[in-house]
Each structure stands twice: as C-alpha cells, then as structure tokens.
Design a protein around this ligand. Structure first.
Ligand code: SAM
Length: 254
C-alpha cells in the first residue's frame, strides 16, 4: 500500500518537473577486447556484415554494442520479413531505448521507408546523472531516420503496425511496483489486447519474458490467440534469468 502511494506521488512529480541542460552523450569505447566466445565471434561477423554495423561498432559503448547485437540476434532468428516499400514497427515499453539501433538496423534491411516508434509510459524517470530516459533515448535514436520515442501510455497509441516488439512487459505486479509505476497502470491483459489490436492483419508481435513464472503468466494473457514459444539463448550479453520468446502472428481477420 505504502509502495503504491509512493510510486503514485513520485510518478506524478517526475512527469511535472523537467531539468534542462546539455544533451546527453556517451563516448565510444574500443572493441579490441570484447571477450566473445568462438560462436559469438562468428555470429558477430555475420550480423555486422548483414546489417552494416561497422560504423556503429566504432561509435558505441561496449555494453551498448553487445546489447544491440543480442537484439539483432533474436530478430534475425525469429523474424523473416519480406521486402516491403514501407514498414511500420512499434517497440513497447522502450525504457531509454538502448536497443533502438538493433531494431532499426534489422527492419531497415527489409524496407526503404521504415517508421519505428517506441512508446514508454515512464519517460521522465531520472538516472543518477539527472538525465531522464527520454533524453538518453534521444541520443540513441539521433541518427535513425523516421524513428520516434513517444512518452506516453501504450493505450493512447492508435496507429497500425506490421511488427510489434515487446521486451519484458510487466505481467506480474511486483516488478511493475519495483520499477516505480503506480498500481493504477497495471492491466497486462488490457495492454496485450490493445497491442494486438494495433497489429495489421498478418502482422507479427514478438514478446520476450524473463523467468518461467512470467512466461507462464504471459501465456495466460495471450489466451486463445495462436502463438509459438521459444527459449532464447543467452548470447553476447549474459542475462540473469532465462528468457522466453513468444511469436504471435495476427490472422487475416479485420
Ligand atoms: C521491464 S521494463 C523493459 C524495458 C525495456 N524494454 C528493456 O528491454 O529493458 C518495462 C517497461 O515498460 C514500461 N511500461 C509499462 N507499462 C506501460 C504502458 N502502459 N505503456 C508504455 N510503457 C509501459 C515501463 O515503464 C518499463 O520501462
């Protein structure tokens, strides 16, 4: 009860109070000692070549580079888009969108005109350096054409998308509270149904969950919709919990 009230007050305040200062910036780091396994090295070469990442490799931090390789790894493995003149993609719960480059590089390969949106309800959450998620996200997407970070609730999004990527949705209340969100925003089924309604017929949604409990809850939320589920490899970046990926393709209904 106390946590929920505290979250409500803090959430309200951080959406009202904004700091203003120099743009956020991260200096690049050398990739001469990435400490990758043999398999990772081979996959890195394939992904760098396929998605044109040489310049990004030079101009990124080590952790950012590895996390974006991981993003490309699962998109490349579990999606195979057909080339299309225009593609619209939504990322849900983008946080500071540290993985935007991976999503952009993947989908851009399959379309001349890519529109990539990232929606985040808690965009003004502050880091200890006093930059908020929105400011950090602006740095990560600064060179990505037609890419927009939307500081809003998913429920307010009404565009239609060919692909939706949803990495670690809150499907149980403890992590939702732990991350500082008020209880009144916890409605995972409603969010899923809304996200599904945004998919164009034939569109695909990928959802990644961590741990068996969250994956099980995700399965309940998906309900009667048809899906496939896969266990993800931990590659490039070692995550604490095992991860599962749901792939949901929207049937032809309008
Ligand atoms: C566990 S974090 C995952 C962040 C990021 N996708 C990642 O992989 O690190 C879940 C994110 O979803 C956001 N979120 C929760 N409810 C939302 C909603 N209704 N609309 C948009 N974002 C929401 C949270 O604020 C949080 O940043």
């Amino acid at each position: 009860m106390f946590d929920s009230l505290k979250n409500t007050v803090d959430f309200y305040l951080r959406n009202k109070i904004r700091f203003s200062r120099k743009n956020y910036f991260e200096p690049s780091e050398s990739k001469s000692d990435l400490q990758l396994s043999k398999d990772e090295e081979e996959l890195e070469k394939i992904l760098v070549d396929k998605y044109g990442l040489l310049e990004y490799r030079e101009n990124s931090t080590i952790i950012g580079y590895l996390q974006n390789l991981y993003t490309l790894y699962f998109l490349d493995k579990y999606l195979s888009p057909e080339y299309s003149t225009s593609l619209s993609v939504l990322d849900i719960g983008s946080k500071n969108w540290f993985y935007a480059k991976g999503e952009y590089s993947f989908f851009k390969r399959y379309s001349d005109k890519l529109y990539l949106d990232g929606v985040e309800i808690d965009a003004y959450r502050l880091y200890s350096n006093f930059y908020n998620r929105y400011e950090v996200a602006k740095f990560y997407i600064k060179d990505l054409e037609n890419t927009s970070y939307i500081p809003d609730n998913l429920l307010n999004i009404n565009k239609r998308y060919d692909y939706i990527i949803w990495i670690l949705p809150f499907v149980i209340i403890q992590p939702h509270r732990f991350w500082g969100l008020p209880d009144k925003y916890f409605y995972p089924k409603k969010l899923f149904e809304h996200a599904y309604s945004l998919l164009k017929p034939g569109g695909t949604m990928l959802i990644i969950n961590q741990g068996k409990d969250e994956a099980e809850e995700q399965r309940n939320i998906i309900g009667e919709r048809s899906f496939e589920v896969f266990k993800l490899d931990s590659i490039f970046y070692k995550y604490k919990n095992e991860r599962f990926l749901y792939r949901i393709i929207k049937g032809g209904e309008l």
